[in-house]
Design a protein around this ligand. Structure first.
Ligand code: OGA
Ligand code: MN
Length: 308
């Protein structure tokens, strides 16, 4: 079916297999019409890719994924990131290493204790970030599927950082255009006062350089590459750098730019980490189980090796 919608991001976006309903005036759509648990044709895959490049965030309700079919779906679009967990890997709940466990549950299926290290660590998802920006080659798409959700709260918020870039004053654009930031998981966890990294963990978390402004190749648009994992800007004093990052993050995440996703079980949400940020919202994680599962695809190269 071919649709054209009045609202800005969907206007003129033609599609044969999917129907799009905009989520926000700036980006994002709810996409219906395909069963993603089955292999897609080349044409369907191309259409989904084009829609992702346009909308940056897509919500697909009612997808009946298992861990295996979710991973198989993802593999049609790229290479799945290696070993997702960082802390206490030996106590992993999910056997399938392609799945990132975005839950408040331990290996026994019970809610994590209040002072469990994994809980402290997972709370980092409450800060605005782009997935795996702390890896030399960071993430391309994340695909998050809801299995169990709490009765209220625990929403996930998104912004499109191409929109943020477009709205920045020219003077600021010129000032930050060529800056290089350094990202580490330790920097984001430090913001919440979590510092209990073992020497081995710290060694695995060496800061990696990324461009602050990158080109989203397929749409041709520039995007701010922001993330809570940023702890430095090369060539700047750290307090000065972090004050700038904080300003940019505030600007990028102003309410008018935010889409807040209220989860329904079986929703699949896909976001393009190259040009979005997201964060989880708090919920009563000591009382209610919340079980979401994420498959993450990796980008083609470190941002400094990609053309701008
Ligand atoms: C993620 C993430 C936030 C949430 O899965 O990458 O940051 O709301 N999730 O669970
Ligand atoms: Mn995330």
């Amino acid at each position: 079916m071919s649709v054209s919608l009045a609202s800005a991001p969907a206007a003129g976006f033609e599609s044969k297999y999917l129907t799009f309903t905009p989520l926000n005036p700036h980006f994002g759509a709810c996409a219906e019409g395909l069963d993603l648990t089955r292999p897609l044709t080349v044409e369907q895959r191309n259409e989904l890719r084009a829609a992702m490049n346009h909308f940056a965030v897509l919500v697909f309700p009612g997808q009946q994924f298992t861990d295996e079919t979710q991973a198989a779906f993802a593999e049609q679009f790229g290479t799945i990131e290696a070993t997702p967990t960082l802390v206490d890997q030996e106590r992993r709940r999910l056997p399938n290493m392609k799945i990132n466990d975005i839950s408040n549950l331990g290996a026994d299926g019970e809610i994590l204790a209040v002072d469990d290290r994994r809980r402290m660590f997972n709370l980092g998802n409450l800060l605005w970030h782009s997935d795996s920006s702390f890896k030399p080659t960071p993430a391309y798409w994340s695909m998050l599927h809801a299995r169990v959700i709490p009765p209220s709260e625990g929403e996930t918020e998104f912004i499109d950082t191409r929109v943020a870039w477009d709205h920045l004053p020219e003077k600021m654009q010129a000032e930050i255009r060529d800056l290089v930031t350094e990202h580490s998981l330790i920097f984001s966890r430090m913001q919440l006062g979590f510092e209990a990294f073992s020497p081995e963990e710290a060694a695995r978390c060496k800061p990696v350089p990324q461009r602050l402004v990158r080109r989203h190749a397929e749409s041709g648009r520039l995007a701010l590459y922001l993330s809570a994992h940023i702890g430095r800007i090369q060539g700047q004093q750290t307090p000065e750098a972090m004050a700038l990052i904080r300003d940019l993050t505030e600007f990028a995440t102003q309410r008018a730019f935010v889409y807040q996703h209220r989860w329904t079980v079986k929703d699949l949400v896909i976001w393009d980490n190259r040009c979005t940020m997201h964060r989880g919202l708090r919920y009563d994680d000591k009382l209610y189980p919340r079980d979401l599962r994420r498959v993450t695809l990796e980008d083609i190269a470190p941002t400094l090796e990609q053309p701008v």
